[in-house]
Design a protein around this ligand. Structure first.
Ligand code: DGL
Length: 269
């Protein structure tokens, strides 16, 4: 079983692509909707929430958990990976941030704009990871605290969204940024709006990067890949309201292969 974790709905943008690329594998999607957004919380709180959810996924027999949340990956991935292996040494935790940073660093980009949550911007994790590979890339970061709450509230086409986007993208326009990283897995839901604001910009995001990165990981770690169960099972877990979750997922056409998905309430909180 593979666990895909996010603070809320954002990781579904990654899960949708994983579902297509790996139809036979068993997956649990976990949204901590009751405590979303994470992005304006302290790094210690984000770490604690993430660790709790990852532990829960391990107890549900996940052998591999993907933090499909940049905020959680920036605040918690290294600490979780370094700590005593939760659920035993055979359990692994991966994040979405490093593969996206690597994709940008490997591109011929000279200047890059990182659009992310406050916590991800503050962590400077993207700057660190990109500069490890390409130290000369000029990076401008922009925190966008209003975007996740608007997406979680299904207000993608509300005037508050277009106002917020104009404000957040303005520094990138001023600097003529041509490459933008969607440093939050919620933002692919509004990728078309971002692209409309900046039609010439090349956009990097997790959904277009992570499936190939996971395939590459499997080829380097067959001992992990071989132990993953493959019955095509899909479970959806939320700490929030399962009806709201199901409505959001249906309205955004996010149940691609599972015909009658059941959303379960997580007893964790
Ligand atoms: N999807 C999360 C991310 O990638 C959103 C964080 C939040 O809950 O604020 O950063």
């Amino acid at each position: 079983m593979i666990g895909v974790f996010d603070s809320g709905y954002g990781g579904l943008t990654v899960f949708r692509e994983l579902d297509k690329k790996f139809p036979k594998y068993d997956f649990i999607y976990f949204g901590d909707n009751a405590r979303a957004p994470y992005g304006s919380r302290s790094s210690e709180t984000i770490y604690q929430y993430t660790e709790e959810c990852v532990d829960w996924l391990f107890r549900e027999r996940c052998r591999l958990v993907i933090l499909a949340c940049n905020t959680a990956a920036a605040a918690a991935l290294r600490r979780i990976q370094k700590g005593p292996p939760a659920g035993g040494p055979e359990r692994k935790v991966l994040g979405v941030l490093i593969p996206v940073a690597e994709a940008v660093a490997a591109s011929k980009a000279h200047t890059v704009g990182i659009l992310a949550t406050e916590a991800t911007v503050k962590s400077e994790a993207y700057i660190r990871e990109i500069h490890k590979i390409s130290p000369d890339i000029k990076i401008i970061q922009q925190a966008a605290p209003l975007l996740v709450p608007l997406i979680e509230a299904a207000m993608i086409y509300h005037s508050d969204m277009s106002r917020a986007l104009k404000k957040y993208l303005n520094p990138f326009k001023t600097e003529s940024i041509q490459n933008i990283v969607l440093g939050c897995t919620h933002y692919p839901f509004i990728k078309h709006l971002i692209q409309a604001e900046m039609p010439d910009a090349k956009i990097f995001d997790s959904p277009s990067t992570i499936p190939a990165a996971l395939e590459n990981y499997f080829s380097r770690h067959p001992e992990i890949e071989q132990k993953l169960s493959k019955n095509g099972a899909r479970r959806y877990i939320t700490t929030g309201n399962p009806e709201n979750f199901e409505k959001f997922v249906r309205e955004n056409d996010l149940f691609p292969t599972a015909t009658s998905p059941r959303v379960e309430k997580c007893p964790l909180i």
